[in-house]
Every structure is written in C-alpha cells, then in structure tokens.
Write a protein that binds this ligand. Sequence first.
Ligand SMILES: [Zn+2]
Ligand SMILES: [Zn+2]
Length: 379
Amino acid sequence: MATDYYAVLGVRRDASQDEIKKAFRRLARELHPDVNPDPKTQERFKEINAAYEVLSDPQKKQVYDLGGDPLSANGGGGGAGGFGAGGFGNFSDIMDAFFGNAAQRGPRSRTRRGQDAMIRLEIDLNEAAFGTTKDIQVDTAVVCNTCSGEGAAPGTSAQTCDMCRGRGEVSQVTRSFLGQVMTSRPCPQCQGFGTVVPTPCPECAGDGRIRSRRTLTVKIPAGVDNGTRIQLAGEGEVGPGGGPPGDLYVEIHELPHSVFQRRGDDLHCTVTIPMTAAALGTKCPLETLDGLEEIDIRPGTQSGQSVPLHGRGITHLRGGGRGDLIVHVEVMTPAKLDAEQERLLRELAKLRGEERPLGQFQPGQQGLFSRLKDAFNGR
Ligand SMILES: [Zn+2]
Ligand SMILES: [Zn+2]
C-alpha cells in the first residue's frame, strides 16, 4: 500500500472519528498553503487532506481498512469522489480548522445546566377528566444563598489557577516523526476551570447549590392519562456552580375508580338489572362524573347490550370535546323464587310458548343452543 493514512494524520489505527478530526484540524492549521507556501509543505497538505477524506468517511475508511485505496481510480466508491476532482477534501472541515470551534478552547465554565427531575403524582378519575390544580412537594438542588452559586465562602472569591494561568489547559510539546506536536489536556490543578476556590463555601461545600424542599402548584390539564408527563420548565435541579436549572416532569398516575373503567377517553361501567326490568324497560340512576343521571333501559334490553352516554367521558387532552360513558347492561336472572313467583313465571312461560327447556330447540332455530354452537364454529 502506497500511503499509510493513519500515519499521515498521526493517529492510531483504532482512533475515533473525533480524534481523526482533531488531528486533521491541527495539521491543516499548520500546513495550509496560505500559512506555509513552501512546495514541500503543500505536498504534505495534500496528503493530510487525502488521508482525512478517506478516514473521515466510514465507507471509504472501511474500503481502506480492508486493503483497498478508495482514492485510486478503481478503488471502489466511484472515482468522482477522488481527491483530484473534489479539491481539498471536506471544505467545511478546513474552515472549521481555522475559524470554528473556538468554544472548545479555553477554560470550561464552573456553571453547568442542572439535570431534569421527575416526580410521580397520583390523581383520581375526576381530576383526570376535568383537570385540577395540585400542590406538590419537590426536593431539588437550588442555588446556594450563602455564596449565590459562586461556591466561594463569603468574603472570598475564586482565584486564577497558577498552574495554567487561567487557561484551563496545559500544553505539552512532544517530538514525533511529523516534527513537533503540541498536545493540550485539562489542567490537573483546576480540572480545566481556570480558577481555583481556596476557601469553599461552608454551606454548599463549593458546589454552589444545596438541596431544598419546596412546594409547587401544578396545573393538571383535563384529559391527562396514566403516564402523561407535564413539563415544568426550569423547576428541575439547579446545575453545579448555580447553573441554570433543568426541567421538572410530573408523571401522572391515575388511581383506579370504583365504578368506571377508562379506555382511552371513554369510560365503561356495568349495571345489573332484574330480568323483569330488562323486559319491561326501566330508568336506572347512575352517579356519573357529571352527577346523578338516569340511564334509560328500553323494554326488551338483552344482557350484554350497552347504553352510550355521549360526551360523559374524559375530556380529550387535545382538541376539546369529551369521550363517552358506555353503560353495559347485565340482566340478572332470579335465583330464588317463592311459590307465587314461580306460579306466575310458569304462567308467563306458558303464555309465551316457552315451556320447553331451551336446550331442546332444534339446531338452526333461534335460541341459546344455536347461538353457542355458532360461537364455537367461529361464525
Ligand atoms: Zn454556597
Ligand atoms: Zn489550572
């Protein structure tokens, strides 16, 4: 193989994309023709561009790692992407090498954004249906009042680190086959902050924040469900150094209701009515979320039929309107009959021609026997 691209960039064969990019930028700054017009240097500049073009592209890198050269005319990946055609590799990365990413340099801030926090909140079905307001107790980190988040004891302040002179990083010059190579690493004395706190705040031990319990009032919108998360921006943990707080998420846990079962925004319940009421029709009082209502059971209602009460369910979280309340009817067969009741029922059966037991209906005839058989046959 003609060129060892890894050696050209001065990185190990197992270098990460980040390391490859950093190595390229460093060399590009050093060897750019505008900086160093010497023909030999320009030759080197072309080399590092070719190396970067291959190693920064996962596909080309794979071809190269397997022994091919993706930049040669028939090396795979199409010749048009070759170095000669495309000029200097990836233009934006070259620009980055000169102008971009200044933020990565210099001391890092002691102040960082805090983490998000989460709290579980139990509500009942009524509150889920119509929304509510709740006071919750939250335990989070808040800015330390003693040092206002600075981390230094009152009357003292952070001082410039004498090891890195405030730069937050220390540099080292090493010799390699490429010549002198400058490497930087975070300053071990100040951990890269550029400052040291000689006398930490006694209240927060220099962290700039303390734990505190406070009460928050949360508005729960109508229509929330189990697992719904309500985001309270900026009510999470304050960050190190008194940094901006994260968000607080309130996760809804809906307690089961004694009568209603929720499915989506619809509610379901079952009413059990006597056989006679099912046959004759009746009005059945039901305590709904909106108060007492009369369920109209029409004459001839069968067990398993349902009566929908439109708009008596849960409010839709988005878009307004409400789901339905579905009342499932269960018909109760009398289990104990006294003599008079039995006599009346027998008389009724006789009047209706229903004296024969149901099981003696002929197959195919409308009756319990045929319906069950249909169910088993999957029809
Ligand atoms: Zn403090
Ligand atoms: Zn330092």
